[in-house]
Design a protein around this ligand. Structure first.
Ligand SMILES: [Ca+2]
Ligand SMILES: [Ca+2]
Ligand SMILES: [Ca+2]
Ligand SMILES: [Ca+2]
Length: 251
């Protein structure tokens, strides 16, 4: 498709008439959120395993992808019960589907099991580290055996504007196989970077977002992508909001 300019009336702060390029999505290369990592998906949980190193876990608790998505461990769930055992002193690095920022109190929840006393895998302790780029990790807290509140991690001490990755390291060095080490179910983000105009969650407001908005222009419904003012339709008011922050970044 050959991009061609199209004019839209706009009453935004940056002008009253703008030329937009139809078909520009074909030209737009969406940059990653931070170097080396794919853009966020908007999913407030882990979305990919960056690394996993275990020595003595075992089937059915040795699949690290069981930590992705919302918590789902259960005694009644068929094997492998939604858990990944880190193994004695093992670790896992997980990519989050959102950019997490420091809000009041806890910013992350590290789910070990659905319950700390469900008679399932033994409870263990772990260290929690966070990272903006998936390479450099900073310690932010530890999970204590049987202390429910210690699952809630505050990233305030990390000194990072946002985080995209979490590393969990077993510190118990114990537990019988196949559930040796900390038994991780899921990681949930509580405070997510709010980036007005960023429909595709890549933290840049660019032609990809503009095209996403235009593709849903005049649509009616609830929670529509691009309905920034939450009035149930995607219209010129929303377009003006996006144009007001066009070519900016939340990174
Ligand atoms: Ca916090
Ligand atoms: Ca799980
Ligand atoms: Ca974007
Ligand atoms: Ca709207």
């Amino acid at each position: 498709m050959t991009p061609s300019p199209q004019r839209f009336p706009s009453t935004g702060s940056l002008g009253v008439l703008r030329s937009l390029v139809r078909g520009a999505a074909a030209l737009c290369i969406v940059p990653p959120c931070v170097a080396g990592l794919p853009p966020p998906t908007g999913e407030p949980h882990a979305v990919a395993v960056l690394a996993a190193a275990a020595t003595n876990n075992g089937f059915p608790f040795n699949d690290p992808t069981e930590t992705l998505g919302p918590p789902d461990s259960s005694d009644s769930q068929p094997s492998p019960r939604g858990l990944y055992s880190l193994g004695a002193f093992g670790s896992i690095d997980l990519l989050l589907g959102v950019a997490v920022v420091d809000g009041p109190g806890a910013d992350l929840v590290i789910w070990e099991e659905e319950s700390f006393s469900d008679g399932g895998a033994p409870d263990e302790s772990a260290s929690v580290l966070v990272s903006a780029d998936g390479a450099l990790f900073v310690p932010v807290g530890s999970i204590q055996i049987g202390v429910y509140a210690s699952q809630f991690i505050d990233i305030a001490g990390a000194g990072l504007a946002l985080i995209r990755a979490v590393r969990i390291v077993d510190t118990s060095g114990s537990g019988p196989s196949p559930t040796a080490g900390f038994d991780l179910d899921a990681v949930t983000a509580l405070f997510i970077l709010h980036c007005p105009g960023d429909i595709d969650h890549d933290l840049d407001i660019d032609f990809a977002d503009l095209n996403a908005l235009l593709s849903g222009f005049n649509q009616l419904g609830e929670a529509l992508p691009g309905d920034f003012d939450n009035d149930g339709d995607v219209d010129f008011a929303d377009l003006n909001t996006l144009l007001g922050v066009f070519n900016t970044s939340c990174r």
